[in-house]
Each structure stands twice: as C-alpha cells, then as structure tokens.
Design a protein around this ligand. Structure first.
Ligand code: KIV
Ligand code: ZN
Length: 385
C-alpha cells in the first residue's frame, strides 16, 4: 500500500458553514490560492446547490486554481449533482462528492427509509455523478455510528457503481480512536473491492478526538484525510490540517508522505483566521500564539541549553521565525540573563541576583514583562555594553 496520504481541505465547505465565518467569492479565491501554495491535493470549494453565491464560488475557484482537484458537495439528489457538475465545468480536475446517511438514526429519523433503499439511492447517485465526472467521492454520513457490516455493504456497492474515494465521516465526533481505527480496518478487510478506491477520514471534534481519530484511520489504511485550517467546522470543528500533517511529519517512523509545504502553515492559518474573523485559541497545537512560547523557568532553562529538551517541532518548519521565551513571575535567572543579553546587557553573579529580585517584583505586578521594562530595569543598574 502506498504511503502517500492525500490532503483534502474542506475549510471552504465544512469550515465555512460555521456561523459568522462566511466568505465572499473574492475571499474564497484568496484562501484557495493559499491552499494551493500549501500543497493540498483536494479543495472542497462548496455545496453549489445551496446558494447562488456558493455556486459562483465553485466556478471561480475552479478557474483560479491549477493543481488541486476541485470538489463540490451534493446530497444523493439528481438536481444537486447536475448543479455541482455545472459549477465544476472550469475545473482542470473536478470531483463530485455525493452521499447519504447510513446510521440507524439517519436512515430512520432523517430519511424515513430502510437499509436496502439507502443502498439503492447511494448507487443511483454515484452512477449519475459518474455521467459528469470520472472522479466521484461517496460519503456515508454518520458512518461513525453506522453498523460496520451494513457500512461494508454500502461501500462495496458504491465502489461497484464507480466511486473512486469513499468517505467514512464521524459526523457527530462520537468515535474513540480505537473504534474509528477498527471501523477503517473492518472495511479494509471485509470489502472485497476496497483496493479499487481510496478510503477517506472525515472526523468532527465534538469529544476533542478528531486528530486522534484521523490518525487512527490512516494507521488502519485510509489514504485521504479531510481536514480544515485551524480545525474550523460545525460545532466543535473538524480535524485540523496542521495537527495531522505535523503529527505525521514528526513521527518519521510512520513513514507517511503528504504534498504539504509545512512552511506555509502559519501563513495559511493567519489568513483563514483573519478572513473568517475567527481568532485562533492561544494554546492551539501548532498555530496558537503559545504553541512555541516557553514561560516556566524550568522549561526556559532547558530550551536555552538545547531547544529539543522541550520542542518536538522546529518552529521554522511551520513558518514561525523562532520560539519565544515569555518572561513572567515563573521565569528563572537563565531566561532573564538570556533576554538581557539579547538586549545588549550582561549580568552575572550578584548583579544578576539583584536585577532578578527587582524583575520578580515587577513580574508579580504585571503579567508579562516586556523588553521596554527590562531596558528600564537594566538601565538604572548598568551602562549598556
Ligand atoms: O460530517 C459530515 O458527515 C459531512 C459530510 C457531508 C461529508 O460533512
Ligand atoms: Zn463534516
């Protein structure tokens, strides 16, 4: 099996569904161009039947982007598929992403249907989409809560009907990593024609396990991951691109490859956060303000001795210039001495003890001590060298 894991970005579809995050077409094109620079394989550009604006965005993104496949979402409904195919007419590589619910909840309460009828509708949708494009992805909505034996029947049928990628969404973010991984393993082992398609993960973060579930899916055979920048998405969000990519990159032993240029990660994160008016939480893995900031004395001392003591990723790898040492009342002498030396002051011995005591008094009053504060403290004690 190939080690290449395809990165399917759904920031502009699942991410953009978040209230307050809507983008206009020009903004979507800017994000799509940046996603292309980042190196994603697929951009899910929208759900064309949902509104004229979404339709238009899929058309314009298809024109603006060269390399990634452009994907458009549909329900398993003929009109949705026709509209999606029309929106994709300028795509160099276009994919229709169609599907239907397969969990007992969706079959009974949402679709008022039964298992056999759902399989027929899934087959019809895939066959109809194949009339317009060669690349058809099928999603089994709420696969996370679907029975594995039934899911395997659905997957086998839609692959026979011509689906090239099969999306196994944990729509409600319900699964545990072991459970989600076992689901993918079950499909890999029990669907006779599974090698004719790629299995894809699509995890939501309701229990904070989207990244873990996605990786578990990959370890068990999925070769496409559906992700968003900054983990944006419905409710608690989708799997975050930066977390999955950097987890795979950091664990060289797993030997997975992606086409992502990780140095573009921070730039992409900032662009999406700004345009979608959605600040990134400070402690967010990889792209949060504190992801590469060291604040306790023990850690600061360790990082100054060798950054690998407390850093598993070189910040430059994700486009962050350098890690930072934040001076607070929890900082030690080593961090203070280091920062002072960067500012051009050398303190040792008793002088260092003395300025450290005055620094602690100040740090107890202020939350962070800035360079200007240090300049003021040092200036009263020493002449700049
Ligand atoms: O979460 C989900 O099930 C989805 C599908 C529409 C792919 O977003
Ligand atoms: Zn989703």
């Amino acid at each position: 099996m190939s080690n290449k894991v395809h990165i399917f970005d759904t920031t502009l579809r699942d991410g953009e569904q978040v209230p307050g995050c809507q983008l206009n077409t020009i903004e979507k094109i800017e994000v799509a161009r940046q996603l292309e620079k980042l190196g994603v394989d697929v951009i899910e550009a929208g759900f064309p039947v949902s509104s004229p604006g979404d339709f238009n965005s899929v058309v314009e993104i298809s024109k603006a982007v060269e390399n990634p496949t452009i994907c458009a979402l549909t329900r398993a409904v003929k009109n949705d598929i026709e509209v999606a195919a029309d929106a994709l007419k300028y795509a160099k590589k276009g994919r229709i992403h169609t599907g239907i619910g397969t969990s007992p909840y969706h079959i009974k309460y949402k679709l008022n249907s039964n298992e056999d009828e759902i399989i027929e509708r899934a087959i019809d949708a895939v066959k109809y989409a194949r009339r317009f494009v060669e690349d058809v992805e099928f999603y089994a909505e709420d696969a996370g809560r679907s029975d594995n034996e039934y899911l395997a029947r659905v997957v086998e049928a839609v692959i026979k009907a011509g689906a090239t990628v099969i999306n196994i969404p944990d729509t409600t973010g319900y699964c545990l990593p072991s459970e989600y991984g076992a689901k993918i393993a079950y499909l890999m082992n029990n669907v006779p024609n599974v090698d004719k398609a790629i299995l894809s993960t699509h995890c939501h973060n309701d229990l904070g396990m989207a990244t873990a579930n996605t990786l578990s899916g990959v370890i068990n055979g999925a070769r496409q991951v559906e992700v968003t920048i900054n983990g944006l998405g419905e409710r608690a969000g989708n799997t975050s691109l930066e977390e999955v990519v950097m987890a795979m990159k950091s664990h060289h032993d797993l030997n997975y490859e992606t086409g992502i240029d990780s140095k573009q990660i921070m730039k992409t994160s900032k662009l999406v956060s700004t345009l979608m008016r959605m600040p990134v939480q400070a402690n967010k893995a990889i792209v949060g303000r504190n992801a590469f900031a060291h604040s306790s004395g023990i850690h600061q001392d360790g990082v100054l001795k060798n950054r690998e003591n407390y850093e598993i990723i070189d910040p430059a790898e994700v486009g962050v210039k350098e890690s930072s040492i934040v001076l607070t009342a929890r900082s030690g002498r080593a961090a203070l001495k280091h920062r002072l030396s960067v500012l051009g002051y050398n303190f040792d011995g008793e002088d260092l003890n003395d300025i450290y005591q005055r620094f602690l008094d100040l740090a107890d009053r202020k939350k962070d001590v800035a360079d200007e504060d240090l300049e003021a403290l040092a200036g009263t004690e020493r002449v700049k060298e």
